[in-house]
Design a protein around this ligand. Sequence first.
Ligand SMILES: NC(=O)c1ccc[n+]([C@@H]2O[C@H](COP(=O)([O-])OP(=O)(O)OC[C@H]3O[C@@H](n4cnc5c(N)ncnc54)[C@H](OP(=O)(O)O)[C@@H]3O)[C@@H](O)[C@H]2O)c1
Length: 284
Amino acid sequence: MTLNNNGFTLNDGSVLPFVGLGTIGIDGDQGTFEILNALNLGYRLIDTSTNYNNEGIVGEAVRRSALPREEILVSAKLPGSHHEYDKAFIFIQESLRRMGLKYFDKYLIHWPNPKDGKYVEAWKALVDAQKQGLIRTIGVSNFEPEHLDDIIEATGVTPATNQVERQPYFNNKRMVEENEKRGILTEAWSPFGRGHLNDVLENATIKEIADKYGKTPAQVIVNWNYQAGVFTIPKSSNPTHQKDNINSTNFELSSEDIERIDSLDQGESGRVEGQDPNEYHEYV
Ligand SMILES: NC(=O)c1ccc[n+]([C@@H]2O[C@H](COP(=O)([O-])OP(=O)(O)OC[C@H]3O[C@@H](n4cnc5c(N)ncnc54)[C@H](OP(=O)(O)O)[C@@H]3O)[C@@H](O)[C@H]2O)c1
């Protein structure tokens, strides 16, 4: 992964913008307008998943936008119920139909569900779906080092990205480094602790740093990710917040301030919902 002025260049040569739009809770008719608003503000990557029950409106917003299809990156995820090779393949095709799209720009295995032991099969399906043109970039989410090594060894194909939890109370440096070692870009989910699962946006240290730079706490957290070489996907339905979040990478946090944010880490107990990927079982 390398960083240039246009975004993060992935190990497959494709480029992601510095910030994307998360969509948990962006749904229903209103959701279409929230996504269209984000696209008008300059967002170019939309992160969705079957689990978020919004594939329909995400697809609709992409189709209704005045932007050409090739300027918008749609990223979606394979659920745990469909890790078997054949099921995964059909699921990807059905998901595209639900969204009214011909291809996904990025597609991830949502969780490894290691107790089921089928993530290698799922990865083989993504590799083949990419070869058939259904997906441009393939990656994973919530994968631990051993899961990454298993799929790389089985196929010779390294995921382009690994989307993992990362926010100031669980900065997940371990996985950022493990991804980096393998040439995988880290994506940070729930950068603001979903707004109610923790109080990072109200944290005194982050507020103090935000005041110092004349920015919002949200902008400080997005930029803390960007300066660490991490792509992030804050969710917002609110136009002012959407605008703040996408305009977060135009200032430079000092190394001392980055260290202060890093020092807020609480280790495992800082996870927003305690979801350890080796234990958590996602099944939709
Ligand atoms: N791969 C995975 O397993 C996984 C897991 C969880 C999440 N995700 C992805 O990561 C995305 C982001 O995570 P998330 O949805 O859990 O939540 P999040 O981005 O951590 O936080 C969203 C919350 O922060 C508020 N917010 C956003 N911008 C703000 C700002 N500038 N100022 C103040 N408040 C602000 C939002 O309210 P408003 O809407 O009112 O602005 C919302 O309540 C998800 O939507 C999803 O796409 C992936």
